[in-house]
Design a protein around this ligand. Sequence first.
Ligand code: SAH
Ligand code: SF4
Ligand code: F3S
Length: 440
Amino acid sequence: MSAPKKLFIKTYGCQMNVYDSERMAEALGGEGYVETKSPDDADMILLNTCHIREKAAEKVYSELGRFKGLKAEKPDLKIGVAGCVAQAEGQEIMRRQPLVDLVVGPQSYHRLPEMEAKAREGEKVLDTDFPEEDKFEKLKNRPKAKRGPTAFLTVQEGCDKFCAFCVVPYTRGAEVSRPADRILREAQDLVERGVREITLLGQNVNAYHGAGPNGDMTLAQLIWELDKVDGLERIRFTTSHPNDMQDDLIEAHGTCAKLMPYLHLPVQAGSDKILKRMNRAHTAESYLRLIERIRAARPDILISGDFIVGFPEETEADFQATLDLVEEVKYGTAYSFKYSTRPGTPAAERPQVDPAEADDRLQRLQALLTKQQREVQDSMVGRDVTVLFEKAGRFPGQMVGKSDYLHAVHVADCDRAIGDLARVRILSSGSNSLAGALVD
Ligand code: SAH
Ligand code: SF4
Ligand code: F3S
């Protein structure tokens, strides 16, 4: 038997890309590839890319440039670009970087085995279709390898919201939900391979409406089905849109013990004028009332968010409204970005905010968010939380895991194994994690 070929995958962007990279590795696993941690000994390099901001997209070209020497040494090395930059700029990538042998969009990667074979024969291959066939089903023949205790599971893809700044509706296509029985089968399989916590993924996951035995199901109904899977201990989902936060999902946060008290609910901005121009179809007030209802169902829930500052025509007063909203919500964690112009999106044509002004606003917002994040983390000290252990710590006898609220928790003198759940009393709060001790 010949030695296995080696595959190096580098993943950028969101969790859906992490999930997709696993699927691509499995698809090429069937062609005799094993994964390697270094590009230096790879027979194939795949960059799974993100197009959400300009910086993310530009990274791809600089990364590709670095493989020039490798390819010169090893003419058989194949280089592929996958993901959202592949979808958005497929032809352009081929033109700008002749090193690239293969370009595959996020909806076509189940066709990778055939594409790889063509590339091996010296062809340049590009596939950025939105095919009819179900890529998830095509990828069913997965090896039954043991896995770590946490996993992502994509249940919904694409987006029909068309926020004025965002490329996702163009790179991932229209919103599609996977049928519930396939998701449940995949969840069962993950649990059999050692997974205890599943994060359901979708660009708009709470808009989930996949086919079930009695018509379309909501995300909450899907969560209740997953709740019945023995051995699955924790359920999370991301990312949600405020307008799709239905009553049954809010209720599930109060009643489903496996559903973790953590919700990523991006608002983007606090000014109604800006929200309207972003095409978000919610107001600051409606978002705040929604948070109130969620907290009424689950008072200890940790709220996370995304923000954009410096959106076209944002004034200081508009930005102040964002700070006011943040003050009211008190975020446990948040991601904030300076607006990045994306060609082809409606906001790209509008008057832009001065970049220095946008930088200054971003700093002020991040200072406030960091302070809140720290306060929420510090408030855990003295409390008992449940920790799912994910790996050994840096020190002998130490284990690291995540609390129900997704805080990283270090536990010294810990006799538990990876994949175990335990009650832990939080003793102290560090810059990015908590420390605690097992509760007998
Ligand atoms: N589907 C999710 C996430 C989309 S991308 C949602 O609707 O929330 C993740 C985050 O990137 C967004 O929430 C937004 O805050 C940010 N983002 C998207 N486009 C951007 C742009 N053009 N410039 C800066 N940030 C952007
Ligand atoms: Fe992008 Fe808006 Fe869709 Fe989120 S809801 S993926 S921000 S268009
Ligand atoms: Fe980036 Fe595509 Fe995800 S643009 S954020 S990788 S959906």
